[in-house]
Design a binder for this molecule. Sequence first.
Ligand code: FES
Ligand code: FES
Length: 158
Amino acid sequence: MSELHFIVNGKSVRVETDGSKPLLSVLRDDLNLRGTHFGCGTEQCGACMVLIDGKPAHSCSREAQTVAGHSITTVEGLSQNGALSPLQQAFLDEQAGQCGYCLSGILISASALLAANPAPTRAEVIAALDPHLCRCGIHNRVIRAVQKAGAAMAGAPR
Ligand code: FES
Ligand code: FES
């Protein structure tokens, strides 16, 4: 056991844990942040995606101790002062989800895309979300939601 320090969703966090555990396990089991999901454990599905220092990263295969001291954002950190972010609102508006299992990871990658490129083309959205598997066939609605959120964030009419 060791004490690890992270910035999680903007807050300084210390946790006594086995540092060789996957970051995903520390987030879910030690910090009770259950929005990030386990799918495959082998970087094949994207369900476990979080932001590490603002960049999408799989949390299933990364030892927690390797990101100690870094800033981590989970899906719980995307809301703003308790309100849905424009991205989350756009997913709701477009009903871009069915079972929802894949959505936390998709929202994380989409938020990184929009931070870098608020007006992505359809092809750019598809490329950014390529690491994510969704079995429910919501792809077109997801793409629409991401582009709609970008427009909303840029102040364009929705
Ligand atoms: S659980 Fe990490 S990529 Fe599938
Ligand atoms: S909404 Fe069910 S896996 Fe994507």
